[in-house]
Design a protein around this ligand. Structure first.
Ligand code: PBG
Length: 326
């Protein structure tokens, strides 16, 4: 046989064992963060119509839900509240009796080892559905910051392990860090939604959390999908202000941003595989058009390959089951 002048890449793909010893990235159960919607009321376990397999769960039914999550080996959940009443200033977000505060206390009492991440935002609690208080038909940055800081402190008081501010007001990491420190929570990390685009991929979430803005959109505070350099300005300021983790959101259409933020910063990077990304896959799977398991595993490993350390994903329970099955 003559020694031809080309490379034989296929040598390293010849069997499952061969492929597995040269595999560069891995998805672990510990990488997964499961988002959970807690709803005010009783005896509710209601499937979100646009997110098959995802439920709004009331406090009295929470125990079984969390038990399942913990038994699967999932280490962290992120909580979103669906309150019964809403008002102009989103009081339910920072009330000590708010739905997320109640849920956090309940979960930490029975499952102390599970990490509870509190999404810190006002949009689920305001009557207008925006992420802050409204002045002259736009969200007032500085007036919203105080309420956000109050929300974070009340979540920490309830026992939240990580605070995840998502409202995209300038300075939120500074004021939340300060407020947490002042209240004796200097040990609680901030997982900042540093790079959050104004995305149509959030549509199903807004059904789940009942947080569609009543007027306008979120483009004066969330980022333009056309921008890349702006992501580094956002990440940079959050790092300087004290963020312990950076979230990039959405994930799939933004893997270039995940990679570049990974290359520039050393903090743990979190990719948020958002609701619309979940629903598209589910819809196709329910129609029998794709192989759900293989497709989900492929999209999640692509997020790890892009540089994410952690993945917030509605697929977490399914993925944990698949990983356990081997
Ligand atoms: C709250 C928040 C949103 C999401 C996470 N936190 C909604 C939004 O910004 O409109 C979206 C998550 C998803 O789509 O899965 N601000």
């Amino acid at each position: 046989m003559v020694n031809l002048d080309f490379k034989r890449h296929r040598r390293l793909r010849s069997s499952e064992a061969m492929r597995s010893i040269v595999r560069e990235n891995h998805l672990r159960i510990e990488d997964l963060i499961y988002p959970l919607f807690v709803i005010e009321g009783e005896n509710i376990r209601q499937e979100v119509p646009s997110m098959p397999g995802v439920y709004q769960v009331s406090l009295d039914l929470l125990h079984d839900e969390i038990k399942e999550i913990e038994q699967l080996g999932i280490q962290a959940i992120i909580l979103f509240g669906v309150p019964h009443d809403k008002d102009e200033t989103g009081t339910g977000a920072y009330s000590d009796e708010g739905i997320v505060q109640q849920a956090t206390r309940l979960i930490k009492k029975s499952f102390p080892k599970l990490l509870v991440i509190a999404d810190t935002c006002l949009c689920e609690y305001t009557s207008h559905g925006h992420c802050g208080v409204i002045h002259h038909h736009d969200v007032d940055n500085d007036a919203s910051l105080n309420l956000l800081a109050e929300t974070a402190v009340s979540q920490a008081k309830a026992g939240a392990d990580i605070i995840a501010p998502s409202n995209m007001m300038d300075g939120f990491v500074t004021v939340i860090r300060q407020a947490l420190d002042d209240a004796g929570f200097e040990h609680i990390p901030i997982m900042s939604y540093a790079v959050k685009y104004a995305s149509s991929f959030y549509g199903p979430f807004r059904d789940a959390a009942d947080s569609t803005p009543e007027f306008g959109d979120r483009k004066t505070y969330q980022m333009d999908p056309a921008n890349r350099r702006e992501a580094f300005r956002e990440a940079q300021s959050d790092i300087e202000e004290g963020a312990d983790f950076l979230i990039i959101k959405p994930a799939l259409s933004y893997l270039d941003i995940v990679r570049e933020v990974r290359n520039k910063y050393d903090v743990p990077i979190v990719a948020y595989n958002v609701s619309g990304e979940y629903s598209m896959v589910k819809a196709a799977a329910l129609n029998g058009w794709i192989d759900e398991k293989n497709l989900v595993m492929e999209k999640l490993i692509s997020m790890k390959r892009a540089g994410a350390d952690l993945l917030i994903t509605y697929h977490a329970k399914d993925v944990a089951k698949w990983l356990l099955e081997g």
